[in-house]
Design a protein around this ligand. Structure first.
Ligand code: AN7
Length: 369
């Protein structure tokens, strides 16, 4: 039986026999081969999707939160605090509920997806909906954490990074080696930092013989790491990564430099195309921010990046795209991107016509039926 990321990777994590383990059995998410994307990228390339939306609260945050909340409990904290574009607050409030801790979350008012808000509400978080963006909320929780005896569970909490590195372990365990390329959306940059740390630790322990090239994608209107400066008013439809001053800035740059990787931008239009493509061709429903990795994959592919790498490598290349959050987090976006069906009378002919089920005999007389 799967026992969650802490029990599975205990020797790699800062826990002891005294740590009370708070888990929802996160991790062990599917690594799905995508025939559709492999074909699009080209011959001798295998594209895999690490579907982190399958975690208990629907995002990768659970990997870090199981550890952050377990350590908060161990240190006798009675409340946890975070700022969030939605997923961190969903995860923190669920794990805090399970641990019997109070959770307090600051969210940018009107800027988080409905599913995520509903999670924080139902798990009993005290929610402050702040008239400011995520970066301002993060600055506020840092101050609050200094003034009150509460544990900050944003990714500046090192336990979050420790837990999240298990994503890299799982990918290596599943493939039997590291992928050639690891592509991930980047917002506050905790995840790319954690994933790189995970690969490095597996490398140092001799579990893998090569490290992957780390590739991050930010939304064009929220790309401080690409532009090289803080973005005061970040903009993107991908609300999860609408972040202008990432906390793990240095970690992301180190991952890029040390792995000879890239951090680039994708436009909202490209994100939405990848979002629909994943749903329509792979049957995988993600939230818009998660589609940034696949949008980036396709952008790099069009530029010939993988082709030249493959020629040099003289073998099949493997690429893993991290799909950070579930599509059901943001149902409004799905409904906005596809036309909603109109209500119909309960009549066979009206329904058949609407759903494109033409009777054989009527195919030849289309338009007259
Ligand atoms: C679906 O919940 O920052 O680069 O407050 O929810 O580690 O920040 C969420 C980030 C990617 C970016 N995909 O990860 C929050 C928050 C999804 C996300 C990211 C987030 P980081």
């Amino acid at each position: 039986m799967w026992r969650g990321v802490i029990e599975t990777y205990r020797p790699y994590l800062p826990v002891s026999s005294k740590t009370p383990i708070v888990t929802l059995l996160e991790g062990n998410t599917p690594l799905i081969h995508s025939q559709a994307l492999s074909k699009r990228v080209g011959r001798h390339v295998d594209v895999y999707l690490k579907y982190e939306g399958m975690n208990p609260t629907g995002s990768f945050k659970d990997r870090g939160m199981t550890l952050a909340i377990s350590k908060a409990l161990e240190s006798k904290s009675d409340a946890v605090l975070c700022a969030s574009t939605g997923n961190t607050s969903a995860s923190a409030s669920a794990y805090a509920a399970r641990a019997g801790l109070r959770s307090i979350v600051l969210i940018p008012s009107g800027a988080i997806a409905l599913g995520k808000l509903s999670q924080a509400l139902i798990h009993g978080a005290r929610i402050a909906s702040v008239e400011a963006n995520f970066d301002a909320c993060l600055a506020l929780v840092k101050s609050l954490a200094q003034m009150h005896p509460v544990t900050l569970v944003n990714s500046i909490n090192p336990h979050r990074i420790e837990g999240q590195k298990t994503c890299a372990f799982e990918i290596c365990d599943a493939l039997g080696r590291a992928p050639d390329f690891h592509i991930t959306p980047v917002g506050n940059a905790g995840n790319i930092t954690a994933q790189w740390k995970g690969y490095q630790e597996y490398y140092r322990r001799g579990h893998i013989r090569r490290l992957p090239v780390m590739v991050g994608f930010q939304a064009e209107g929220a790309a401080p790491l690409v532009k090289g400066n803080i973005i005061t008013h970040p903009r993107t439809i991908a609300t999860a990564i609408r972040i202008g001053n990432p906390a793990s800035w240095q970690g992301a740059i180190a991952a890029r430099e040390e792995s000879h990787g890239l951090i680039q931008t994708v436009r909202d239009k490209e994100i939405l195309e990848a979002y629909r493509l994943l749903a329509m061709e792979d049957g995988v429903f993600v939230e818009p921010a998660s589609a940034a990795s696949v949008a980036g994959l396709l952008k790099l592919s069009r530029s010939g990046y993988f082709h030249s790498k493959r020629i040099r490598a003289k073998r099949t290349l493997s690429i893993v795209c991290i799909l950070t959050g579930h599509g059901l987090k943001d149902p409004e976006r799905a409904i906005k991107s596809i036309r909603l069906p109109k209500p119909l009378p309960p009549s066979l002919s009206a329904i058949s016509k609407a759903v494109g089920l033409l009777r054989r005999s009527s195919v030849s007389s289309r338009g007259t039926s």
